[in-house]
Design a protein around this ligand. Structure first.
Ligand code: CUA
Length: 362
């Protein structure tokens, strides 16, 4: 029975080794910098594995060989002291293994620390429980999804507005802590168009697990189109429901945290802890709530995220409405302590109008 139990446990353990559908697999680099890390970690992993197996095997053999059953309880084992040959060997051998590892590690660390002068700069700000992405040279502020051009270095400058978070997109580069009052920088480059998932890797409270990152790499011309769209102010709604939704947005307190260019101006919105994602181009994203909920329905196949985003008929209305009804039912937050979105106790009519308004923010 015990044996079956052990087998079952082993099966569960090995299930974690599946290589299919693992967007956050550290052994699957898809960027220049992640490739350098992988080139280092694989040989180190193998060397450490071989040493580990040898040490564990020897321990098991010795424990078995010298177990008390085979010797009388009062028998004192042969006392040995000092063996110069052995001691010299086990001093030199680790040195021989560790020296090349150190040389290649230090070289890679310096290599990864380079800041290319022509890189696209993105300021990443962690906050309970979502990521903001600012493009200072383009004047763009967005959230949850970081759009980058294929084949160009991106320098992310990482910081935080509240507690320590950690920014990690395994396929593109290593992780880096987001520390309030400090800016840490890493550079990465996506080799091909597509999406790259990451998430917060420093425990940061209630919804740490719901603090995801979706990086979307677009071909350069598509990226330029995305930039152009992001730079335009929100278009004023024309139909009645959306107009009413805009009034709800400004009248019911949404605009005291969420910026929409031309509606609730970023300079009037105090972007401190308690602030919220900029919604100017909400519908150009495909996720919301820390990138944990889809803004598009699952049966609506929006091709690799385009420059302007979600067609209206693809809107995942159900989750968006549920979020407006009671955000804490979807993602645990502590809104009473200015951590996350509060329940505004909106009426169903207000929710309908808000959704009508939000869906115009393309
Ligand atoms: Cu942010 Cu964990």
């Amino acid at each position: 029975m015990k044996r079956f139990g052990a087998l079952g446990l082993l099966a569960i353990l090995l299930a974690a080794c599946s290589s299919e559908d693992t967007p956050q697999n550290v052994f699957r680099p898809e960027g220049t910098q992640a490739q350098k890390i992988n080139d280092l970690q694989v040989p180190v992993f193998i060397a450490a594995g071989v040493v580990g197996v040898i040490v564990i095997t020897m321990v098991v053999i010795i424990v078995w060989q010298f177990r008390s059953k085979r010797h009388a309880a009062d028998e004192v084992p042969t006392q040995i002291h000092g063996n110069s040959k052995l001691e010299i060997a086990w001093t030199i051998l680790p040195g021989v293994i560790l020296l090349p590892i150190a040389v290649f590690t230090v070289a890679t660390v310096f290599d990864l620390a380079q800041k290319p002068s022509d890189a696209l700069v993105v300021d990443v700000v962690g906050q309970q429980w979502w990521w903001e992405f600012d493009y200072p040279d383009q004047g763009i502020v967005t959230a949850n999804e970081m759009v980058i051009p294929v084949g160009r270095d991106v320098q992310v400058r990482i910081s935080s507005r509240d507690v320590i978070h950690s920014f990690w997109i395994p396929a593109l580069n290593g992780k880096r802590d987001a520390v309030p009052g400090r800016v840490s920088s890493i550079t990465f480059q996506a080799e091909k168009a597509g999406e790259y998932w990451g998430q917060c890797t420093e425990f940061c409270g209630l919804s740490h697990a719901n603090m995801r990152i979706r990086a979307i790499a677009l071909e350069p011309d598509q990226f330029d189109a995305w930039v152009k769209n992001q730079q335009t102010p929100a278009v004023d709604p024309t139909d009645a429901a959306a107009k009413a939704g805009k009034d709800t947005f400004t009248g019911r307190g949404c605009s005291s945290c969420h910026a929409i260019t031309g509606v609730s101006d970023p300079k009037d919105v105090p972007l401190v802890a308690g602030a919220a994602p900029n919604l100017t181009h909400l519908m150009s994203r495909t996720t919301f709530a820390g990138a944990t909920y889809n803004l598009i329905t699952s049966d609506c196949s929006v091709p690799p995220p385009g420059p302007t985003g979600t067609p209206k008929e693809c809107l995942n209305r159900g989750d968006l409405e549920a979020w407006l009804r009671d955000p804490n039912a979807l993602v645990p937050m502590a809104a009473d302590q200015q951590r996350g979105m509060p329940n505004l106790h909106l009426t169903e009519a207000e929710i309908d109008n808000l959704v009508a308004y939000l869906s115009t923010l393309s």
